[in-house]
Design a protein around this ligand. Structure first.
Ligand SMILES: Nc1ncnc2c1ncn2[C@@H]1O[C@H](COP(=O)(O)OP(=O)(O)OP(=O)(O)O)[C@@H](O)[C@H]1O
Length: 238
C-alpha cells in the first residue's frame, strides 16, 4: 500500500502581522507555497512585500502569526535556526561581500563551488574577481548561485530584477523555475516586474496596503488587467 498522505506545504504562513515601532505594516497574512511551486508576491511600492519576507525569516520579529516549513513549526525560532531548517532569504542586499572573490563566495558555508558554477557557468571566468568589481547583474547572479547552492527547501527572493537589464533578468528567472522543478523546493518570489514573475510562477498573491487582496493562479492573474494595474499602483482606495 502506498502512503496517500499529501506532502505538507513547503511554506505555510498563518495570521502573520509585522511592522516597525509597534505599528503593523502587514496584517493577518495567510499564504502557502507548495513543494516545487513558484509563488509570486506582488504589490506596489510600500505594500509590505519586503516586510513580509523579513517577518518569515525572522530578521524582523513578527507581531502575530505562525510560520511552518515542510510541516515543522518554526514560529519564534531564531533566524539562524530557521535558516538551518532550510529557508534561504535572498534579501535586497544579496549577501555579497565586496572584498571576497566570486569563488570565495561559492565556498562559503563549506559549499562546493562546482554547485554554484553548475547553475551559472559564466561565473567561472570571473572566479578570481572580487565581488565589488562585478557588475550589478554579475553580483545578482552570484547571489543567486550562492542561494541555490545551499539547496534551500524554501527560497524567498526579494526583487531579483531590481536595477537589472532585461537580458540578465531573463537569464536569472528561469533558473529559479528550474530549481523548483528539479528540487521540489518552494519558492516565494517578490517582484515588481509583475508580468515577468507571473510567467514563471504557478500562483500569485497581491498585497496592497499591507493586506492580501488577490490570490489566483498565475495564468488567471496574468489575464486580469485590473490585477496587473493594482499590482503596480495599489488597489483602488474606496
Ligand atoms: N526599517 C523600517 N523602519 C520603518 N519603516 C519601514 C522600514 N522598512 C520599511 N518600512 C515601511 O514599511 C512599509 C512597507 O515597506 P516594504 O519595504 O515592506 O514594502 P515593499 O512592498 O517591499 O515596497 P518596495 O517594493 O518599494 O520595496 C513602507 O511604508 C515602508 O516605509
Amino acid at each position: 500500500m502506498t502512503d496517500q498522505t499529501p506532502a505538507p506545504p513547503s511554506l505555510d504562513i498563518r495570521g502573520l502581522s509585522a511592522g516597525y515601532f509597534g505599528a503593523a505594516v502587514v496584517r493577518d497574512l495567510t499564504l502557502t507555497v507548495g513543494p516545487g511551486e513558484v509563488v509570486a508576491l506582488l504589490g506596489p511600492n510600500g505594500a509590505g512585500k519586503s516586510t513580509t519576507l523579513r517577518a518569515i525569516s525572522r530578521t524582523l520579529t513578527p507581531m502575530t502569526g505562525t510560520v511552518t516549513l515542510n510541516g515543522r513549526d518554526v514560529t519564534g525560532h531564531r533566524p539562524q535556526d530557521i535558516a538551518r531548517a532550510g529557508l534561504v532569504h535572498m534579501s535586497e542586499r544579496r549577501g555579497i561581500f565586496y572584498g571576497l572573490t566570486v569563488e570565495e563566495h561559492l565556498r562559503l558555508h563549506k559549499l562546493d563551488p562546482a554547485t554554484g558554477y553548475g547553475y551559472f557557468p559564466e561565473l567561472k571566468a570571473l572566479r578570481y574577481r572580487r565581488a565589488g568589481l562585478l557588475s550589478g547583474g554579475e553580483q545578482q547572479m552570484l547571489g543567486l548561485a550562492r542561494a541555490l547552492a545551499r539547496r534551500p527547501a524554501v527560497l524567498m527572493i526579494d526583487e531579483l530584477s531590481k536595477g537589472l537589464a532585461p537580458v540578465i533578468v531573463e537569464r536569472l528567472i528561469p533558473v529559479v523555475r528550474r530549481y523548483a522543478d528539479e528540487s521540489g523546493a518552494g519558492v516565494l518570489l517578490v517582484e515588481q516586474q509583475v508580468q515577468l514573475a507571473l510567467q514563471v510562477a504557478d500562483r500569485g498573491y497581491v498585497l496592497a496596503h499591507g493586506e492580501l487582496v488577490e490570490h489566483d493562479t498565475a495564468a488567471n492573474l496574468l489575464a486580469d488587467r485590473d490585477v496587473l494595474v493594482s499590482s503596480y499602483l495599489g488597489a483602488a482606495t474606496p
